[in-house]
Design a binder for this molecule. Structure first.
Ligand SMILES: [Zn+2]
Length: 431
């Protein structure tokens, strides 16, 4: 992509009405645009990152045997009334009326999934069911001030699984938990599995995937020795306590409880049979008896992941994207000479690397080199390539033809050949 052709350029100043780091950087660097509090457009750069996040999620969900599909966002009131959530969730759900009919805008899809299962299954042979989609969620947020971390409208992957027994549900539940940890790791996020309450979803103990961060709105308590972790809302104790899990396991060296702020990037809910019972769905089991189906749901906020990555990966110059989700692999800059021959070289390199499948943002604007360097740091693409008379050593009589290779995370670059550039980029693509 030639930068001159990119919609959504960098801005000169930071936005004045944003307090969060993620919104400041994403807005200034041209990844998002703000429509109103808690509502953002994903500009082409932001859209590319979210598509990469989605692709990683998709690969890991598909690996568990789940099926991708797409469900509607505008729901009739009647279906939400079946579980009583039209009333119990009215604080977070946008509800509207048109021509004497009432509708809700989706903040989740349990009722819709149960209705689908009710219509399309009969016997135990139809289970388990594992279905997911990526879609917009609407949530009435009174305090939408954390940039893209907490939106009134945001993108989410939600997966639902339905099983004939609790045992079968939990088998898949923990399989998805493992897939989530792998998913987040591939994006550069080290998530903890934290026990939590179920809010308007369930009375069961649920699990959140929390990434430690000072700016996080959640508070969690975790053990520095074992995998014990609980959200503040259910933890009974305080920082510095001995870990209850270590103690109950009888370990001589019980770990210590640490308190931390964190950002919730995903959650999984073992919902049980409540939805099936309230919606009057009973499948026929192998012995002919009628039983309610056991449901679970699993969410990952894909736009929240975008914001979380910026909160975790930035310095005072801008964003530092992990390779796996960066909008482009390479930021290419040409420093031209008086003969205007360098840009021609850069054009050739751009064409040849693009032809090899390397994703390049080529800064071909007619602006100062200083501004290009600053924008390269702000946008945060992992590799910066610079070609100039110096790197090519034109006119020196030596056929050097080198390119300056610099990682966003490193201060100094190095001069390498085009072949070596291609080798390294190919290697990075494979890993
Ligand atoms: Zn412990």
């Amino acid at each position: 992509m030639r930068y001159s052709n990119l919609f959504g350029k960098t801005a000169r100043d930071y936005p004045k009405d944003e307090v969060s780091v993620n919104a400041k950087y994403l807005l200034k660097a041209g990844f998002i645009d703000k429509l109103m509090a808690g509502s953002y457009t994903l500009l082409p750069l932001g859209f590319r990152v979210v598509e990469k996040i989605k692709q990683i999620i998709r690969e890991e969900m598909d690996a568990t045997g789940a099926n991708e599909m797409l469900m509607p966002l505008l729901h009739p009131k009647e279906i939400w009334n079946e579980t009583g959530r039209w009333d119990s969730a009215k604080d977070i759900m946008y509800q509207l009326k048109k021509d004497n009919k009432e509708y809700g805008l989706s903040f989740t899809h349990e009722e819709i999934v149960m209705d689908l299962i009710r219509k399309r299954t009969q016997s135990f042979k139809d289970f388990p069911i594992k279905i997911y989609h990526f879609s917009t969620k609407f949530r009435d947020e009174p305090r939408a001030k954390s940039g893209i971390l907490r939106g009134r409208e945001f993108l989410m992957k939600d997966l639902y699984s339905a099983h004939v027994s609790e045992e079968d549900l939990y088998k898949y539940y923990w399989e998805v938990a493992d897939a989530y940890i792998k998913t987040f790791k591939r994006m550069g996020l080290d998530a903890k599995i934290v026990e939590a309450g179920g809010g308007v979803f369930t009375k069961n103990i649920t699990h959140e995937f929390q990434v430690l961060s000072e700016i996080g709105e959640d508070t969690i308590y975790y053990c520095n020795s074992c995998n014990f972790a609980q959200n503040k809302e259910i933890f009974q104790g305080k920082a510095g306590d001995k870990c209850p899990k270590c103690l109950s396991a009888g370990s001589r060296q019980a770990g210590k409880i640490i308190e931390s702020n964190s950002i919730e990037v995903g959650n999984i809910f073992p919902l049980g049979t409540m939805y099936s019972e309230k919606m009057g769905f009973y499948f026929t089991d192998s012995d002919g008896s009628k039983k309610p189906v056991v449901l679970a749901s699993y969410g990952i906020g894909s736009t929240r992941v975008l914001g979380t990555l910026v909160e975790l990966y930035h310095d005072d110059k801008g964003i530092i994207w992990p390779e796996s989700v960066a909008p482009y692999n390479v930021y290419l800059i040409a420093i031209d000479n008086e003969q205007k021959t360098i840009v021609k070289e850069a054009d050739k390199i751009y064409e040849s690397l693009t032809g090899e499948g390397i994703e390049i943002l080529y800064d071909d604007r007619d602006v100062s080199v200083g501004q290009k360097f600053n924008d390269a740091d702000l946008i945060g693409i992992p590799i910066r390539l610079v070609i100039s008379a110096k790197t090519l050593r034109q006119g020196s009589g030596q056929a050097e033809n080198k390119i300056e290779w610099k990682k966003r995370t490193e201060e100094k670059g190095e001069l390498i050949s085009l072949d070596e550039v291609l080798n390294r980029l190919k290697k990075a693509q494979k890993s």
